[in-house]
Design a protein around this ligand. Structure first.
Ligand code: ADP
Ligand code: MG
Length: 250
């Protein structure tokens, strides 16, 4: 589904990603871990098409299509969705209108018509209940005045409604208390299916107790320095990142 090859990215002239390779198949959940500043957020932002990153070498293919040739909207329509570490507030735009507009755009891209209003209402009510969000959140401006945990749940709500093919979640667990984290993890787990891939960027192993990854990668200094199964996350939890850094420098 996703194939990143020898990716080099600079931000404001500074090299951040330095030859990163990553292959993710449909149905898989991959966790990207690694120390602060390693380039984890940069990777997901470049895949999603955020401005300000310059790809100097390498390629990103999504279902065989050249992602770097696609506009950000095209990427979203193709089913690539990024949930943010710091979700943005959109004053003046109701949450429910954003969800509906985004869903109808995704449907249009698949050649489907607009979702009938009753069906849409049923869908969002069901999904907000799954995320333990009071329906009143649907009527509020997007993320405006939401607590950190509410914003993260709202990000997952968007994913549950939009059903992306590749869901990327950047530090979705940061700032969450244990109950909110479980709700978020349940939401992510309910996204898992054979046709979808999930890329989880996370600092901590604790999220991975609730969302079991198929693969774990350690990103160090712009490259994947080590990959393994979920036991690698446990090893990182007990040993930290230094040994991987040393191993990869050797
Ligand atoms: P991580 O998510 O692994 O903590 P990031 O991808 O956010 O790391 O950042 C990697 C490096 O790129 C950091 O050194 C960071 O300061 C730098 N960086 C990211 N975005 C910018 C930017 N807009 N301007 C300058 N430097 C940036
Ligand atoms: Mg980050």
């Amino acid at each position: 589904m996703l194939e990143v090859k020898n990716l080099h990215v600079t931000v404001e002239g500074k090299a951040i990603l330095k030859g990163l390779d990553l292959t993710v198949n449909a149905g898989e959940v991959h966790a990207i871990m690694g120390p602060n500043g390693a380039g984890k957020s940069t990777l997901s932002a470049v895949i999603a098409g955020k401005d300000g990153y310059e790809v100097t070498q390498g390629s990103i293919l999504f279902e065989g299509r050249d992602v770097l040739e696609m506009e950000i909207e095209e990427r979203a329509r193709a089913g690539l969705l990024l949930g943010f570490q710091y979700p943005i507030e959109i004053p003046g735009v109701k949450n429910i209108y954003l969800l509906k507009a985004a869903l109808n755009a995704a449907r249009a891209a698949r050649g489907e018509g607009e979702i009938p209003a009753p069906e849409f209402m049923k869908l969002v009510r069901e999904k907000s209940a799954e995320m333990k969000m009071d329906p009143s959140f649907l009527q509020r401006a997007v993320n405006e005045g939401f607590s950190g945990g509410e914003k993260k749940r709202n990000e997952i709500l968007q994913m549950l409604v939009l059903q992306p093919k590749l869901a990327m979640l950047d530090e979705i667990d940061s700032g969450l208390d244990i109950d909110a984290m479980k709700v978020v993890a349940q939401g992510v787990n309910s996204l898992r299916n054979a046709d979808r891939a999930i890329l989880l960027v996370t600092h901590y192993q604790r999220l991975l107790n609730h969302i079991e990854p198929d693969r774990v990668h350690v990103l160090v200094d712009g490259r994947i320095a080590k990959s393994g199964d979920k036991s690698l996350a446990l090893e990182l939890e007990s040993r930290g990142y230094d040994w991987v850094v040393e191993e990869s420098a050797a």
